[in-house]
Design a binder for this molecule. Structure first.
Ligand code: G4P
Length: 194
């Protein structure tokens, strides 16, 4: 069992509506040992993909993404949920990202300056649930003519449709930890993923 799974079992808290809180080591307070373990496994999986850039979405994706980018020795780019006043409409890519958990829509943006058709982009995020965030990032990469080299996820909620949606798009989805169920307040990992 990898270190992330051990910490989820020890410190993760299951809330109503299938929400897993990992605030003590990933989403609020961040334990570098957890992110370090994640980054090593991500590198092993994606090391042959000629990654030129790591892309995520603010806020919680940033910590794992910067660690992975550091390992690949490439820049990390994060999509912003608010538009900087200095960035004109024609200077940015954007995608509408719907959050089912918060029931909100965010128009996320990335400056056209930092992504181009020669990029091989590794998308990293902390959670994969419905896949809306990752889908938005894929759309931005494609608007720039870039290649999406893969999607690396820290915690996948495998009982939600995100993985299926991304695999239908032909993407390689690699998750450090896949959760089968959060029923009755108990975390169960996908079979064979122990
Ligand atoms: P998606 O991320 O796959 O698109 O699915 P969804 O619309 O359900 O997720 C909306 C937000 O809720 C995302 O963060 C996602 O990371 C987070 N999320 C989903 N399920 C869980 C969960 O069980 N536990 C925790 N802690 N977060 C979950 P976001 O809106 O982008 O916010 P943030 O990154 O600024 O925190």
């Amino acid at each position: 069992m990898n270190y992330l799974k051990e910490r989820i079992l020890k410190d993760g808290k299951v809330y109503p509506n299938n929400v897993l809180k990992v605030d003590s080591f990933l989403n609020h307070q961040i334990d570098p040992a957890v992110v370090n373990a994640v980054e090593k496994l991500m590198y092993e999986h994606f090391k042959d993909r000629k990654i030129t850039k790591v892309m995520t979405i603010e806020a919680s994706g940033i910590a794992p993404a910067i660690m992975v980018a550091n390992r690949f020795n490439v820049p990390m780019l994060f999509a912003k949920k608010t538009v900087p006043s200095t960035l004109k409409n024609q200077e940015r890519y954007h995608a509408l990202v719907h959050s089912y958990t918060k029931n909100t829509d965010s128009d996320v943006i990335v400056s056209k300056q930092y992504i181009n058709k020669d990029d091989h982009i590794l998308i990293i995020d902390d959670f994969l649930a419905n896949g809306e965030a990752a889908k938005g990032l894929v759309s931005i990469a494609h608007q720039a003519g870039a290649t999406v080299a893969g999607v690396g996820i820290v915690i996948e909620k495998s009982f939600q449709p995100g993985r299926h949606l991304l695999e239908e798009m032909g993407l390689d989805v690699y998750s450090i930890c896949r959760i089968q169920s959060l029923e009755d307040g108990k975390v169960t990992f996908v079979d064979g993923d122990e």
